[in-house]
Design a protein around this ligand. Structure first.
Ligand code: ACM
Length: 523
């Protein structure tokens, strides 16, 4: 029996095992398991069989058959769903690599999946690439690993509004996230420049709102319409794919700011009847109005969203609402008065509360950017802290959950080296070591408050990110550092060890032909 209490000190050895994120407990036993043409796979349950399929699929480059077996004989990988215990938790697993058998056991399908991801990382990096006919035998080092995550929310956000990414590219990102045990994909589907999700009841949202003939900064381009959106079938495909990877897809439908694309599609939603064309900086025209009919419109949108996304959390944005248009519009002032609200902040909170009540009544939970705190927090709301950590602290102190995603450490659209030697980015400076050094639980929180910190998330905003290869450059390896601080015990974090293990991780990226940022680039 292995215990999680002590993080292994093997981290400080010169060549740690090539694992990212580092597990809770690792013991190297010596010896090895030989994976070869006669290796079989035993699965004791449906969840284990599904994971056996995933194992086969992810090792297809080896060309090994990895046939099923009904008994645990020599040279077998055993996948076992076992009774829950306090040590395994929801997502934990035990992985034992012996001379004649590999055992992976967990209390959930997710735990088995993460055990497999760790096992994969013990194999040569080439197995992550295309068909490899060179080797038919792979030595896997003998280990005992017991592992479970520190946080339940290990997230990455992708903005597909500023630039659209087709579903295949989103799915590739999901697969890389899963390799690093990241489990929440926050999909920023609507914003000023483009509405990217088909809503059957309101076809203009995509017919009008997904297209633009200006660039992401509002400059006219070539007279052609650009853009794109996901049909509901495509969304389902992505969500199903994510589920297999044990990733929860959290959709974001922005309200009441960042809504130019929606207002361009349905002008009655806006404060002014004639909004500017979709321009991400035109905040003065990007507010929804606070009419009951607008709230109803968004409830109708959410009906379709909830059908597509099984996620408990639904993100409703709430950030950067310029209150000016509400201040200067007599109808908004009348609505504010009628509802007994004292400020525009309260008007925003009124809006969010209507939506919070609706989501709660449907068994879901609202999450929003930290501005949703400003006019009073809706009852069931979770806060995503982005303007530093204060929003997360305030939420946790008020007994609300929070996800930490501060610009200072978690904005992966920021520069990761001197701007002179980097591709154009939005600004800021978030190099790899800074990401790695982030501690998601603010030290000012007591133990009870700290439990409200659900986890941590890296954000990839798309103003400057027009291609998948640039998106990969911004996401990785910062996403590897994120994975470690989201998954590994705090005491196990070790920058020197991480740098060594990262080299192995980057070899895996090489095999996958990922355009990650190279470590030897100018600091
Ligand atoms: C944000 O970066 N506006 C949440």
């Amino acid at each position: 029996m292995l215990f999680f209490a002590a993080a292994s000190l093997l981290q400080s050895e010169s060549r740690p095992l090539p694992l990212v994120p580092w597990p809770s407990h690792v013991e190297v036993k010596g010896g090895s398991f030989t994976l070869n043409g006669s290796t079989t796979v035993f699965a004791n349950s449906r969840a284990a069989r599904e994971n056996a399929d995933f194992l086969r699929q992810s090792l297809r480059s080896t060309g090994l058959p990895l046939k099923s077996t009904s008994k645990t004989t020599q040279n077998t990988i055993v996948l076992k769903l076992v009774k829950p215990d306090d040590v395994l938790g929801e997502e934990g697993y035990r992985l034992s690599v012996g001379k004649s058998e590999v055992d992976i056991e967990a209390a959930t399908s997710a735990g088995l999946f993460y055990g497999i991801q760790t096992f994969r990382q013990l194999l040569p990096a080439t197995t992550y690439g295309p068909m490899n006919n060179q080797a038919f035998t792979y030595e896997v080092p003998g280990v005992e690993i017991a592992d479970r995550p520190r946080f339940g929310w290990r997230g990455m956000m992708l903005d597909v509004s500023r630039h659209f990414f087709p579903k295949e590219e989103v799915m590739k990102m999901l697969s890389t996230m899963a390799e690093h045990k990241l489990n929440h994909f926050h999909w920023h589907l609507t914003d000023d420049p483009g509405w990217r999700i088909e809503i059957k009841r309101y076809p203009n949202l995509t017919k009008v709102g997904s297209l633009q003939n200006f660039d992401t900064f509002g400059k006219p381009i070539d007279g052609q319409n650009h853009g794109g959106f996901y049909t509901q079938n495509e969304i389902r495909e992505v969500v199903t794919y994510a589920k297999k990877l044990h990733i929860i897809v959290v959709p974001e439908i922005e309200m009441p700011g960042h809504s130019v694309a929606a207002i361009a599609s349905y002008p009655d939603l806006g404060v002014w009847s004639n909004p500017r064309k979709a321009n991400p900086w035109a905040t003065e025209s990007s507010n929804l109005n606070a009419e009951d009919s607008t709230v109803q419109f968004y409830k109708n949108v959410l009906d379709e969203v909830m059908k597509l996304f099984p996620s408990t959390w639904i993100h409703v944005g709430g950030d950067e609402v310029d209150k000016g248009p509400w201040v200067h519009n007599s109808r908004m002032q009348e609505l504010k008065k009628q509802r007994g609200l004292k400020s525009e902040d309260e008007l925003q909170s009124w809006f969010i509360r209507q939506i919070d009540g609706y989501l709660t009544a449907h068994g879901r939970r609202l999450i929003g950017w930290d501005e949703i705190l400003e006019g009073g927090l809706a009852q069931g709301a979770t806060v995503m802290s982005w303007r530093g950590i204060d929003g997360g602290i305030a939420a946790a102190r008020a007994g609300h959950d929070a996800v930490m995603s501060p610009t200072s450490h978690m904005y992966f659209d920021y520069f990761q080296g001197p701007p002179r030697s980097e591709p154009h980015a939005i600004g800021g400076f978030v190099p790899l070591d800074k990401v790695y050094g982030y501690e998601p639980v603010p030290s000012v929180l007591n133990d009870t408050e700290a439990k409200h910190i659900l986890g941590v998330q890296g954000n990839i905003w798309g103003e400057y990110i027009a291609t998948t290869s640039y998106m990969e450059y911004m996401a990785w390896p910062r996403g590897c550092a994120l994975a470690e601080l989201a998954w590994s015990p705090k005491e196990a974090r070790n920058w020197s060890s991480f740098q060594l293990r990262l080299k192995d991780n980057l070899s895996r990226f090489d095999a996958e032909k990922m355009n990650y940022r190279k470590l030897d680039k100018a600091p």
